[in-house]
Design a protein around this ligand. Structure first.
Ligand SMILES: Nc1nc2c(c(=O)[nH]1)N[C@H]1C(S)=C(S)[C@@H](COP(=O)(O)O)O[C@H]1N2
Ligand SMILES: [Mo]
Length: 170
């Protein structure tokens, strides 16, 4: 049957289409996995909607807070500098705090935690910090700056995501 024969031309066209698709998926995938401390990928669900760098956050209103973190390994004292997470969202898009209910935070070590948007909207509660005692926060490998979430109303440091690389809105 002649209809069953595939011409060389259409076979080549098919191969070209497949190669382009593989390249495109590879590119999109590589983009999605670019997780480096000092930059936070902002996602709405699975979709990337932007990036926030330490330099961006330093331009927002600064807040200094003395915090004692209570953990199973004991107490650690800090003098954090950061900005309310709500300021970061509002700077990005004022609709964010109205449109989403949950904020899921992920560290470079894949530590995942979260806060509700109501908590983010409370005054002096959820901060995105980048310095301690006037020094930049050290990344997991100690080589560069990093950011972390702190929650002033929490009794324990469990939800204080260190080495923050991703924020997902839900
Ligand atoms: N990325 C990341 N953040 C994290 C953790 C972690 O393992 N990885 N541990 C949490 C816990 S259980 C506590 S008590 C605090 C400890 O904060 P510290 O490391 O500044 O003492 O960080 C929290 N944030
Ligand atoms: Mo902890």
């Amino acid at each position: 049957m002649p209809g069953q024969k595939i011409s060389l031309k259409s076979l080549l066209a098919l191969i070209v289409v497949l190669i382009v698709l593989i390249g495109l998926f590879g590119y999109l995938n590589a983009r999605g996995e670019k997780l480096a401390e000092g930059t936070i990928i902002l996602k709405a669900g699975k979709q990337v909607i932007g990036e926030i760098t330490i330099e961006d956050v330093e331009k927002l209103p600064a807040v200094n807070k003395k915090v004692v973190i209570n953990s199973t390994s004991g107490l650690s004292k800090h003098k954090f500098t950061g900005t309310p997470l709500a300021e970061v969202f509002n700077h990005f898009d004022p609709q964010i705090v109205k449109q989403y209910e949950r904020v899921i935070t992920r560290g470079v070590d894949n530590y995942v935690s979260g806060v509700n948007m109501e908590e983010v909207l409370e005054k002096n509660n959820v901060l995105l910090v980048y310095a301690d005692n006037g020094e930049p926060l050290k990344s997991k490998t100690g080589t560069s700056g990093t950011m972390r979430i702190i929650i002033l109303n929490d009794l324990y440091g469990q939800r204080f995501t260190n080495y923050l690389v991703e924020i997902e809105l839900e």
